[in-house]
Design a binder for this molecule. Structure first.
Ligand SMILES: Cc1ncc(C[n+]2csc(CCOP(=O)(O)OP(=O)(O)O)c2C)c(N)n1
Length: 276
């Protein structure tokens, strides 16, 4: 079912709040990853709040959809979504990255709602593939989503999983590439040119879809098309902007991992607007 205009507006409002909360949390601890959290905001929000079948009252439901945030440094945006879904207590984002907090800088599988630990880039797609195979063996209709960074695809392990998932015809697996064209210390073109991303995944045997990764109806449409595709895994190449929503962070590798000063936080919150 296409998403309604009203639901789209609700999710846009939610995304604005999530952006504010993620930046406030990173600023409070003076460490973390603003840029990649802002770029993946709509992707994670549409997944968790709109399309994934997950229920916080049954966190271990064997038939729940899974999500592997392979670009694990964007954990603040994952936590915003898990809090909204009721997996984590309201207000817990203020404990981000503190000793003994459940909300570490990279998500950990012991945290309620988190399906896979992350930290070293490049491992998530293989883990998601294993989950998809296990679910199919168990006769489950659950789907597995894996969110990748584009810089992350410089890791060779991504391409081992990219090779094998089509062999096993894993149509319950959907990768989403947060294609913001910037990584840790430069653009991906400068650091390691990725060249023809859609062509590469097509050659590996994937169903390749492409959309604007900040456009909520386009993302929902792509996720629905992925679910309809049979016999092969899907990758949604979602064009995004690193730091999206805050003009002085947009497209800047300098805002990949950075402490946010109180002045910059204030400027960012003013730009984002919305409720305090
Ligand atoms: C194996 C490994 N190498 C290096 C790092 C350090 N690192 C963390 S984020 C990052 C850049 C990732 O870029 P990208 O995947 O494009 O993420 P995004 O721009 O979406 O934040 C790097 C190199 C890591 N976490 N793991």
């Amino acid at each position: 079912m296409p998403i309604t205009a009203q639901r789209t507006a609700e999710l846009k409002t939610l995304c604005r709040r999530f952006r504010r909360e993620a930046l406030e949390a990173v600023a409070a601890i003076q460490s973390g990853h603003p840029g990649g959290s802002l770029s993946v905001c709509e992707i994670l929000t549409v997944l968790y709040q709109e399309r994934m079948r997950v229920d916080a009252s049954r966190p271990d439901d064997p038939d729940r959809d899974r999500l592997v945030l392979s670009k694990g440094h964007a954990a603040p945006m994952l936590y915003c979504n898990l809090i909204e879904k009721g997996f984590l207590p309201k207000g817990s984002l203020s404990t981000l990255r503190r000793i003994d907090s459940q909300l570490q800088g990279h998500a950990c599988i012991h945290t309620p709602g988190v399906d896979m630990s992350a930290g070293p880039l490049g491992i998530g797609l293989a883990a998601a593939q294993g989950m998809a195979m296990g679910l199919r063996l168990n006769g489950s209709a659950a789907r597995v989503y894996c969110v990748l960074g584009d810089g992350e695809t410089e890791e060779g392990a991504v391409w081992e999983a990219a090779t094998s998932a089509p062999k096993f015809a894993l149509d319950n697996l959907c990768a989403i590439l947060d294609y913001n064209k910037v990584q840790l210390d430069g653009t991906t073109d400068e650091v390691m040119p990725l060249r023809d991303m859609p062509g590469k995944w097509t050659a590996f045997g994937w169903n390749v879809l492409r959309c604007d990764g900040h456009d909520i109806p386009a993302l929902t449409e792509a996720l629905d098309a992925a679910e309809r595709c049979k016999g092969k895994p899907t990758i949604i190449i979602a064009d995004t902007i690193k730091g999206k929503g805050v003009s002085f962070m947009e497209g800047k590798a300098a805002w990949h991992g950075k402490a946010i000063s109180p002045e910059d936080l204030e400027r960012a919150l003013q730009e984002l607007g919305g409720d305090k």
